[in-house]
Design a protein around this ligand. Sequence first.
Ligand code: UDP
Length: 323
Amino acid sequence: MKTILITGGAGFLGSHLCDRFIKEGYRVIAMDNLITGSMQNIEHLMPLENFQFYHHDVSKYIHVPGKLDYILHFASPASPIDYLKIPIPTLKVGSLGTHNCLGLALAKGARMLIASTSEVYGDPLVHPQNEDYWGNVNPVGPRGVYDEAKRFQEAMTMAYHTYHNVETRIVRIFNTYGPRMRLNDGRALPAFIGQALRGEDITVFGDGSQTRSFCYVDDLIEGIYRLLMSDYAQPINIGNPDEISILDFAKEIIALTGTDQKIVFKDLPKDDPKQRKPDITRAKDILKWEPKYSRSEGLKITYDYFKALPEEHLYKYAYPKEF
Ligand code: UDP
């Protein structure tokens, strides 16, 4: 039986990865410091013999006894509100946390995949973004703590690959949504659905002309699985290229939830990217991957999930827990 360590295993993406690798017959070790992750995301896995949870901060030295075949490094705050609130842990988990994971991969002879992000392209001047674009990032702006940690993470990972021959994989994740997102993490999709469920107005930042391209979580997990199993060490974009303006997206949510919410416009946050859409040619060529879920299918599943949550969730978990 193969063993896989998933950092950030109690988070949104990490917990879906735990599910996937349990389903594939792996022994799964989830590691999380539970700042933005939640035990509720993995409580269904806790009774399983093949599943273990380590409450640990990967920015500190990592010890895992026994053999390890794979490491997925998914620990990191990922919403702008989170990393504005906890900028230094964000920088540490992308840099020190990645270094610790790579050291562990080297010691165990494990293959390691890191969760990078479309944020490495910053406010992109190339559209759609392909992997050869180097990006337009403000290192000292509010997003710099996340963007630069992820860029450093990629550099460190390539260095371990070329210098130490560690088998590494780099996925650049574009906006992804689905069940187990935190309802109040500040991102557009849970913000809009949360506002619908609470009967509040929808807050669109700026004039809403900025674009994003939203990928349903199951599609992303399939792409990551294929990348891990491939022999490709260069970065690969995984995302859904179906681009939409945030204003039109807000209107879609209003139609989906059947509410008569008004749209109110708020200030655009500093350095908010004006447009974002993945070029997925490389993923199609190398992984034979492309997204299967349309936005209307994915949004319906996600809305049904949020609607079924106990009402207290509408007001809880607003911010990362105290650190
Ligand atoms: N956004 C918005 N209203 C909100 C939250 C976000 O208009 O209540 C906008 C945000 O400014 C950005 C887009 O929606 O342009 C996507 O934001 P999100 O935080 O989901 O992701 P990111 O900016 O990291 O892509």
